[in-house]
Design a binder for this molecule. Structure first.
Ligand code: ADP
Length: 443
């Protein structure tokens, strides 16, 4: 900044000095002051007055480089050939700065009518005062900068603490969570970005805790579900082993029981595998154009023997012919679970109805029954893994509590939704929505 100021003021001073030199040269030309010694004396008086007013030294030098007059008187009659003078005698007025002497030189030629350069006006002015002034200002600036820096430093020190302390809290919680303490939450007041970060962090932690809880529940449910048939098998096999001379009918009966427990375990494991596969998300889907009418017909055909056992009437109503994009195997299993449940949870002589309809965006598959129904509180839980309304009853019906959660995951994976409405003792209705590919023309 000091250098810039210096060169700025030096430029101004140089220009001003040159202007003054030109003015004096013109004055000498017009007043013809170099024509006689009297005139030169008169000129010296004028120049001395000007020099003391303006605070610069004025030298008039002739075309031989000899000083005719000098307001300092020290150089009169001496030869003063310096580059500035030579340049001016060659017709080029100029100004320069002499760093070592801290002085400014400006020189301007004096011309005759014939354009002959018969002399030079040389002005010499000290730049020392300006330099001292600039140095003083620079020093003040320097002190001011230090003062402002200290103030800013103190301000930053205190405000950074305000910004950093909530971040420290979040960092502490992250470390605790990493150590497994998922119940951690941070409390940050205010409504700025950092408190929003705190809220987002808490929401994320809550989600993590939920995932962790459901994972633990899932593992304990799986172990529990597998333990029950295992203990039955153990009891049954122990009885066979410990008893001597068992009649062959009892033997066969026990083995049949063991066999059905193994079947149950196999079903649980198969269902679990199906669920795990669904957890691999959309990438695992084998999407094809699926004719829903045909798919439903196949399901109903396959399940008719099951309904016949309980004398349940199955009816169907297809209002449209709909084609969707789906993984046919998985989607068929999902709907099949619903129809199977409808049969399973409907008493003998009841009825099950499957309808298919669509609007311009979605297809709707409805499975309704006249069965035992599900009370309102349970309706929100039945899609959870291993959830069964009546555990003992379901054991008889062979349920694992995984069917509906497979159906739910599959439907969600197909960008659809599933809803249930039910009244205890009257029956249930499950409605599955899935986006359509196109509607086929009705024949
Ligand atoms: P499960 O293998 O026990 O049938 P699901 O996941 O298919 O398991 O169903 C969960 C629970 O929801 C069942 O145990 C049953 O209590 C209830 N449920 C499902 N469908 C019906 C239905 N159509 N009518 C009455 N209850 C049902």
């Amino acid at each position: 900044m000091k250098n810039t100021m210096e060169s700025y003021f030096r430029n101004i001073d140089e220009r001003e000095l040159l202007y003054q030199a030109n003015k004096i040269a013109v004055m000498i030309q017009e007043g013809n002051y170099l024509s006689s010694p009297e005139k030169q004396k008169e000129l010296l008086a004028i120049l001395e007055e000007k020099s003391s007013d303006e605070d610069f030294r004025i030298l008039i030098i002739d075309d031989n480089g000899v000083v005719i007059s000098d307001t300092n008187a020290s150089s009169v009659d001496k030869t003063f050939i310096i580059p500035e003078v030579i340049l001016s005698l060659n017709g080029k007025n100029n100004s320069t700065y002499h760093k070592e002497e801290k002085t400014l030189y400006a020189s301007s030629y004096i011309e005759e009518a014939s354009s002959y350069k018969k002399g030079v006006v040389l002005l010499i002015s000290s730049f020392e005062n300006s330099e001292m002034l600039i140095a003083g200002v620079s020093q003040k600036w320097f002190l001011l900068t230090i003062f402002i820096s200290i103030i800013i430093g103190i301000f930053v020190f205190f405000t950074s603490e305000i910004v950093i302390s909530p971040l420290k809290k979040i960092l502490k919680s992250i470390n605790e969570i990493t150590d497994g303490q998922l119940h951690q939450r941070v409390k940050i007041n205010g409504s700025n970005e950092i408190s929003q970060l705190g809220e987002a962090f808490n929401a994320m932690t809550e989600k993590l805790e939920q995932i962790d809880t459901s994972r633990q529940e899932f593992v304990s449910n799986v172990s529990h579900e597998l333990k029950t048939p295992l203990s039955s098998i153990k009891v049954l096999s122990d009885s066979i082993l410990l008893q001597e001379d068992i009649p062959s009918e009892v033997y066969i009966e026990f083995l049949q029981d063991i066999n059905s427990e193994i079947d149950r375990m196999t079903e649980i494991v198969n269902n679990l595998l199906a669920l795990v596969k669904l957890d691999f998300r959309e990438a695992g889907l084998n999407i094809t154009e699926t004719d829903l009418n045909k798919m439903l017909d196949d399901i109903l055909k396959r399940l008719t023997p099951l309904s016949a056992q309980k004398n349940i009437t199955i009816s169907k109503e297809y209002l449209k012919n709909v084609v969707v994009e789906a993984d046919e195997m998985k989607f068929s299993l999902a709907i099949s679970n619903l129809v199977e449940n409808a049969i399973k949870y409907t008493n003998t002589e009841g009825s099950v109805k499957v309808t298919l309809d669509c609007d311009h965006q979605n297809a709707f598959i409805t499975v309704s029954d006249t069965g035992i129904g599900i009370n309102e509180e349970e309706q929100t839980k039945i899609f959870n893994r291993f959830y069964r309304v009546d555990k003992t009853r379901d054991r008889e019906t062979g349920g694992t509590g995984l069917g509906l959660s497979i159906t739910h995951s599959t439907v969600i994976l197909h960008k659809g939704s599933i809803k249930v409405s039910s009244k205890e003792g009257e029956g249930s209705t499950f409605i599955v929505r899935i986006p359509i590919k196109f509607i086929e023309k009705q024949e």
